[in-house]
Design a protein around this ligand. Structure first.
Ligand code: GLA
Length: 725
């Protein structure tokens, strides 16, 4: 049983295969966190329940008295505002009388097998009820009638706990939620480094590590998207922890909108972590009887290093987050028209791409931006989702038939949440863009954001999309989102609900995506936001793959892919070979083979030699598909730490095959480079696929691979595969 309630100590024990998490119902029904770390058999950890209050400056509960307990210093399970805990608050509710004191105390619980879905929102799931157990902890503010359910779904095999909350107004009066975080965790020390993923368009998810310091530190987004600039991921790694050693807590938010992930180290040198919807751009009014559900936050702990944290998340996301036909089915290898043609294409050009791509072993052609309305550049037509037959020299059906006749499937591009000022849709409905009354909205890439918080707007877009998708043999859809949101407002929201806009927008997006995957379960769906501007766990619930970045330079991609792999699996990482000229095609392919692999170039312009390299690489891609998509990733040499090279390795789950890749970014004089492999069976023997040389797993992991004059120059790379014999 992963979750038990211990009557004697009044504790809940949440166990995974390797971790334990203990919650205590303390005096006066305060909920405290006693422990989160490596597995322990005990149900109680003495001394963890109280921490000495700071003299008269840490408030005491009048019933418990001033004998050593204060909400300000205790390890609170869910810290709230204004009731004696001065640290960052995970929950703040403004009452009908205007104050925002929020004090929730335990009043009951339920434990059951499996896990419930969150209404209107994506979340992790169980394939069968035996995979997880859920604890619902009920807590209530006796004064205001705010009732809170804290949800914990424990997935033992992956050392994962998925958390979220629901707030219900059990009073007859209105209340307003000012902050509703999904996760709060009080740790008894602060000896950690924070790891987060900062970035920008074309430079996404750079791993950054900094020591925690007293005070509040953290990351977030107020851009209306999970964003390029900070990914909704944060880890706390014990000082000195590296890829293979040390304690690491990982937190990932299953949400695509504004978020906040904070750590506060207080005067007692303890740490509180909270993760949830950004409170500065959010509030939510609850009428009597109404409920609000927060998104889900994923929590993982391991004492086996940062690499193991990533592998646990990868396995969990592959099995319990990504869904649909292409969760397990091999995905078609695609060529995308964007970098090959931009807006400048017609049917003949696309069919010529298909013909050449087929010879390389490609399985699908994706027609990117520019096929609809009057769109020949980025100044018009978003919102007018009807086919530009003049540009295509005929119907979409005819084009698709011609591509299919070349032996390729067909995919298409959409940007459903946007509207161009120069569009029929905007001319007909000027109030359908995101705006506030009396202000001209800001432009981004010449476009406005469409107000998908409105159902009438969503219905219109959906009808337009449904027509094209249902009338044509479309087997893939790339869903883009090419700007961030300001002028946040909807014509339909009354003043007191204006701060609900950002969350309602995201709920609208999820509704549209849900309609798509429900109506077209056979379409492979790839998420995109100017590359990886919405690369988050929530999007993985709809699209099994996400275009990682508009930057396809293979050396830049090393950083992007290392950072992305911190939490997201290779199966999800959209990676294409493009015509950029920093390295040869060998290295471009070796780098793209870490992810979904595909082409983003004009195949009619390749030389014979390039064609041969790509054709062979595609064969290798097919042979290693399972290894990359289901295997375990080991980051061996990180470009964030080593200026000369990057190296990584995939190992199949049964340890029977491994693929090692090394890319040299800058030349270093070293005649013998030694790289130690990881994750193999030390007692087994492995054969080098190319040379036939046989070594023990122990040798490969302890003595390592000796690379003599291999991939020495900048831009060169090598891939070596071993099979167990
Ligand atoms: C975004 C995407 C690109 C491409 C263009 C089309 O930038 O990331 O891959 O689809 O939009 O406008």
């Amino acid at each position: 049983m992963p979750i038990i309630y211990n009557e004697k100590n009044k504790t809940f024990k949440l166990d995974t295969d390797n971790t334990s998490y203990i919650i205590q119902v303390y005096e006066e029904n305060y909920l405290l966190n006693l422990y989160y770390g490596d597995f322990i058999p005990d149900c109680f950890v003495p001394g963890r329940d109280k921490r000495t209050p700071n003299a008269s400056f840490s408030p005491a509960n009048p019933v418990i008295g001033e004998h050593g307990f204060s909400p300000d210093t205790a390890p609170m399970e869910f810290g709230t505002s204004g009731a004696g805990d001065f640290r960052i608050s995970a929950l703040e509710i403004r009452n009908s009388n205007g104050d925002s004191v929020t004090d929730i105390r335990y009043c009951g619980h339920k434990i059951y097998d499996g896990k419930k879905e969150i209404p209107q929102m994506p979340s992790s799931y169980v394939n069968s009820d035996s995979e997880a157990q859920t604890l619902e902890l009920y807590a209530k503010d006796a004064v205001t009638g705010a009732a809170v359910t804290l949800y914990y779904s424990v997935f033992p095999k992956y050392d994962i706990i998925a958390r979220r909350i629901r707030v219900t107004n059990e009073s007859p009066k209105k209340m307003r939620i000012e902050r509703a975080f999904s996760l709060c965790l009080d740790l008894p020390d602060m000896d950690y480094d924070m790891i987060s993923l900062y970035g920008a368009h074309a430079k996404e998810r750079n791993a950054e590590r900094r020591p925690l310091a007293h005070g509040i530190q953290g990351i977030g987004s107020r851009r209306g998207a999970s964003s390029h600039t900070q990914n909704p991921f944060m880890a706390l790694a014990q000082k000195g922890a590296d890829e293979e050693h040390g304690s690491v807590y990982g937190f990932n938010f299953v949400y695509s909108g504004n978020f906040s992930a904070l750590a506060e180290c207080d005067f007692n040198c303890t740490t509180r972590v909270i993760m949830g919807i950004d409170p500065d751009t959010f509030s939510w009014e609850l009428d009597g009887g109404e409920s609000f559900d927060s998104p889900e936050a994923i929590m993982v702990y391991t004492s086996r290093g940062i690499g193991e944290m990533s592998r646990l998340l990868h396995r969990f996301y592959n099995n319990n987050l990504i869904r649909g036909r292409y969760k397990t089915e091999k995905r078609p290898l695609l060529i995308n028209s964007w970098e090959a043609a931009y807006f400048n294409f017609d049917s003949d050009k696309l069919v010529a791409f298909a013909k050449e791509a087929k010879k390389l072993g490609v399985e699908m052609l994706v027609m990117d931006d520019g096929w609809f309305g009057k769109r020949n550049d980025d100044t018009s037509s978003l919102g007018d989702w009807f086919v530009n037959e003049e540009k295509l020299q005929g119907s979409l059906g005819d084009l698709i038939k011609r591509v299919n006749n070349e032996g390729l499937k067909f995919g298409i591009w959409y940007e459903p949440e946007m509207i161009s000022p120069d569009s029929d849709l905007f001319r007909a409905h000027p109030d359908w863009c995101v705006h506030v009354e009396g202000r001209e909205p800001m432009l981004g890439r010449n476009q406005y954001v469409l107000d998908v918080s409105r159902k009438d707007v969503r219905d219109n877009i959906w009808e337009q999309m449904y027509k094209v998708l249902s009338e044509n043999n479309i087997e893939y859809l790339k869903w883009d989102f090419n700007r961030n949101i300001c002028d946040a407002g909807s014509a339909l929201l009354p003043p007191e609900r204006k701060e609900e806009f950002f969350h309602r927008f995201i709920l609208g997006t999820y509704d549209l995506m849900n309609r798509l995957v429900t109506a077209f379960p056979n379409i492979l769906f790839e998420n995109c936001s100017g590359g990886g501007g919405r690369y988050d766990p929530a999007m993985l619930c709809y699209s099994p793959q996400i275009w990682a970045s508009d930057n396809t330079d293979p050396i830049e991609r090393l950083y992007i892919q290392f950072g992305t792999s911190m939490c997201y699996p290779a199966s999800s990482m959209g990676a294409h070979v493009s015509a950029c000229d920093r390295t040869g095609y060998g290295t471009k392919c070796n780098v793209a083979r870490w992810g979904t692999f595909g082409l983003e170039l004009d195949p009619t312009k390749l030389t014979d030699e390039e064609t041969e390299i790509i054709r062979n690489q595609i064969k290798d891609y097919h042979r290693n598909y399972e290894l990359v998509n289901r295997g375990d990733l080991y980051r061996l040499i990180s470009p964030f730490e080593n200026p000369y090279r990057a190296a990584w390795q995939f190992v199949s789950p049964d340890k029977s095959r491994t693929m090692f890749t090394l890319v040299t970014m800058r030349r270093e004089f070293r005649q013998h480079l030694i790289v130690k492999l990881h994750g193999l069976d030390p007692n087994a023997y492995y054969r080098n696929e190319e040379t036939g040389d046989v070594f023990s797993g122990a040798l490969l992991m302890n003595a390592g691979l000796v690379l003599t004059h291999i991939a020495e120059k900048s831009g060169e790379s090598v891939v070596i595969c071993f099979d167990k014999i």
